[in-house]
Write a protein that binds this ligand. Sequence first.
Ligand SMILES: Nc1ncnc2c1ncn2[C@@H]1O[C@H](COP(=O)(O)OP(=O)(O)OP(=O)(O)O)[C@@H](O)[C@H]1O
Ligand SMILES: [Mg+2]
Length: 373
Amino acid sequence: MHVAHLTLHDFRSYADIDVALEPGVTAFVGSNGQGKTNLVEAVDYLSRLSSHRVATDAPLIRAGADQAIVRAAVVRDGRTAVLEVELNPGRANRARINRSPLSRARDLAGIVRTVVFSPEDLALVKGDPGQRRRFLDDLLVLRTPRYAGVLADYERVLKQRNTLLKTLYAARGSSREAALATLAVWDDHLVATGSELLGARRALTTDLAPYVGKAYEAVARGASRDDARIEYQATVPEPTPEAFRAELERRQGDEIGRGLTLVGPHRDDVLLTLGPGDDQRLPVRGYASHGESWSFALALRLASYDLLRADGDDPILVLDDVFAELDADRRVQLAALVAGAEQVLVTAAVAADVPEQLSGATFHVAAGEVTRG
Ligand SMILES: Nc1ncnc2c1ncn2[C@@H]1O[C@H](COP(=O)(O)OP(=O)(O)OP(=O)(O)O)[C@@H](O)[C@H]1O
Ligand SMILES: [Mg+2]
């Protein structure tokens, strides 16, 4: 798949731009703060309807403007579709495919598939569990767009249940009885949506694992494919709704005491470990060197790309400012691994940061203008 045309209106720093793109490698080169990441962020936004950089849409709308539009002509198997999303802060976003409106903007997710490499990826391995949950969830939605709905449902149930737990803490007598009865209803919802999400994340981790080992071997010098391991770490001991429910019962006192849901996929983590054998295996977080951590982060992105490709479609690769972070050997290695992708969008502050293996079109980005070099 590739983007053949990208139009932005009041998106980030761009008032109006229109860029024609080709398959293969395209590099966006320009000084800091000129809008390179903003451009690739727009393509990424179309894929999941959220940005890898921010949690809400507000920063994506150009300061002073009241809505933003991202439109892209996307070519897949020789057929072109025009995808469009209108970002309306405080109101529902709207999406269209070939000018026909979709009933929900969310239904656009997963049509464009992107895998974004960025310097922030280091936080995937070094940061808190939330980063790794988000990594899995993003990939889940790209693979199976229906999970965008499951995730939204789970978030909603969690919020309501937490509100109820806070009320329960102070409730006494008959109002406590009533609140406990309502809690049982929210437990049902939590177990139902949570188990679905949990099952999907576990299955995804299992599918991803062999690709992570392989990718780590490819990016880390002297590593073998058994070195890097990824495992799902759940707060629910067994992957069944019964176990979920039993764990909720066991923790009910704690939950009411803290006014928080303590069991479920929103508290899970993804355990990343490195080591030559099971007895010499250490977590990446807290133990791995800077270089090992970087290799692991790259391996997670490469593995995502390989997995999506194995599903039958070549995602768009975005390499946002990653080459400046890598030494010369690694640059060449990474370039060789991604050079065969249908479309690779690279950003770099200076052209010299883009490895020779990735030669292709170059655009200069300066002061909100994007010009073919
Ligand atoms: N909503 C917005 N409205 C107006 N300007 C914005 C908005 N969001 C970001 N910007 C501006 O866009 C610029 C950042 O653009 P971007 O992150 O694309 O830079 P870059 O070219 O990738 O730089 P670097 O090389 O440092 O990564 C900043 O100057 C920022 O102030
Ligand atoms: Mg940038």
